[in-house]
Design a protein around this ligand. Structure first.
Ligand SMILES: *[C@@H]1O[C@H](CO)[C@@H](O)[C@H](O)[C@H]1NC(C)=O
Ligand SMILES: *[C@@H]1O[C@H](CO)[C@@H](O)[C@H](O)[C@H]1NC(C)=O
Length: 470
């Protein structure tokens, strides 16, 4: 490490992305925010070419943030096998950490030899702590956990859960007998159940690549210099306190979408399908916004049930649905609902959720979506699929009480009508909206100057500049 006045000029932060799903986006936001706050520090962002291409670049990109492609381990012409979607991740993990090491060598050369003084990574990259140590004694490792806070807790306590609950294979003993067992024996987890856990902890395939990766992550994160979380102080105090005790340092900088808004490309229309102009014409809190994110889509039968439910419920709706899934809509659906429904291939989600006409968000409960919904004060109708989504949905519906879940976890026509009726048209729905708005207000306070998340970001800046006590 260099010393004294030279320190800042020589600092060089390696930022390591997990190039799947929407993981790289919040890390990119964090990197941009840090680069803007520390203009004398070099930032090198390592990502696969495919994931890099999906990031919104443009806007006022900080000049001290450079991008480098790393290998994703796939051979040319690789196609995802729908029966083994994890294969891609497995192949990527096989070429780590060598691919990142190669990228870092290149970046050090183009930064006039400035060696790596800090490693920031997606928390999934559990080996990044070793990589930081390889870069030099005292080089901090600062992982960002991008998912729900309760699932992070589940990964930290995986060994305890396996001992207390027991383990079983998919469809096996655990889900048959313990699905409704409450997890209140862990700090801040009361009200959640075994069935809400991510797969690979006590049920599902415990030896899958993903399950092993997350188990290992749970063991490594307590060794990190500081863990960064996309949440804010008042949301889940009991879990936050417990994680603060578990980690060497823990900085709550969320919601990242408010703290570090996504870059706007000056030449791109942020509303290509006219969603916002359409919403402008509708009454306050009237519209159901439907989107399951860029990765998930409901199975064909459920998609049809959802369409029928939207048609029967009578509320105006905005549905962000991939072009190729349109063919699965019931015959004549688009024509029959034309007067009060808009189906688009892409919607500017944070702006839609911030629009006063939006009154309900039907969501897979990915954490970014949940944070954006709270920021907009919009109650949720939850249809989780995998990973942290079930715990997120349970948190939304039963703990924060800003939404509803579907009975038996799946959408039916009547379930959709009932859920939207409850959120958009009932007294309880009004209270959900009030609670969501209060949390949104708290989120805005947290990211304002002097707020807890803004202060936490400053603490992260100190860590990466080598001047913080973490
Ligand atoms: C990352 O993607 C952007 C376009 O979105 C491109 O300008 C840039 O060159 C890419 N970086 C690398 C290293 O490929
Ligand atoms: C569980 O995952 C491992 C590792 O990917 C795989 O070899 C095994 O076949 C999987 N088991 C089941 C039951 O799918």
């Amino acid at each position: 490490m260099v010393s004294g006045g030279q320190q800042q000029e020589e600092a060089h932060v390696a930022v390591l992305a997990f190039p799947f799903g929407t993981h790289a986006a919040p890390l990119h936001a964090l990197a941009r925010g840090l680069a803007a706050a520390a203009p004398l520090v070099w930032f090198s962002f390592f990502n696969s070419a495919k994931s890099n291409a999906s990031l919104l670049q443009g806007g006022d990109a900080p000049p001290n943030l450079k991008f480098y492609d790393v290998s994703d381990g796939l051979t040319a012409g690789f196609a995802v096998n729908p029966r083994n979607p994890e294969e891609e991740i497995e192949l990527f993990m096989q070429v780590t950490p060598g691919n990142f090491r190669d990228g870092i060598e290149k970046a050090v050369r183009s930064a006039s030899g400035a060696s790596i003084s800090c490693v920031v990574s997606d928390a999934f990259l559990w080996f990044a702590g070793d990589l930081a140590r390889e870069m030099g004694a005292g080089v901090p490792w600062v992982p960002l956990w991008t998912g729900g806070i309760r699932s992070l807790s589940a990964h930290i306590y995986t060994d305890a859960l396996r001992t207390i609950v027991g383990v079983g294979e998919e469809g096996g003993a655990v889900m048959a007998t313990k699905a409704d067992t409450e997890l209140g024996f862990l700090p801040g987890m009361s009200g959640t159940r075994v069935r809400d856990l991510p797969e690979g902890i006590v049920f599902g395939n415990l030896s899958s690549v993903f399950a092993r990766l997350l188990h290992r992550m749970g063991q490594e994160l307590p060794l990190a210099t500081a863990v960064v979380l996309n949440t804010f102080d008042v949301l889940d105090p009991a879990i936050n306190d417990d994680l603060r005790a578990k980690f060497k340092a823990c900085h709550l900088v969320g919601p990242l979408n408010l703290l570090l808004p996504p870059p706007q490309h000056p030449e791109l229309d942020s509303d290509p399908s006219g969603c916002l102009r359409w919403l402008d014409k509708l009454p306050r809190g009237a519209v159901a916004y439907v989107s399951f994110g860029t990765v998930m889509s409901p199975p064909p039968g459920e998609l049809a049930e959802l369409a029928e439910g939207l048609e029967s419920c009578g509320a105006p709706f905005l549905w962000s649905l991939k072009e190729k899934l349109r063919a699965r809509l019931p015959a004549g659906f688009l024509e029959r609902t034309q007067a009060r429904g808009l189906v688009v291939a892409w919607a500017p989600q944070p702006l839609v959720l911030a629009h006063p006409a939006t009154g309900a968000f039907m969501t897979h409960c990915g954490w970014n979506s949940v944070m954006e919904s709270l920021a907009g004060g919009v109650p949720m109708v939850c249809r989780p699929f995998l990973g942290d989504q079930r715990l997120n949905a349970r948190t939304v519906a039963s703990l924060w009480r800003v939404g509803v879940e579907f009975e038996a976890g799946k959408m039916t026509r009547d379930g959709v009508v009932g859920a939207l009726g409850a959120v958009l048209g009932s007294e309880e729905g009004r209270k959900m909206r009030e609670r969501a708005c209060a949390l949104g207000e708290a989120a805005r306070e947290a990211v304002q100057q002097g707020g807890s998340s803004a202060e936490a970001l400053q603490a992260v800046v100190k860590v990466i500049c080598g001047s913080g006590d973490a």
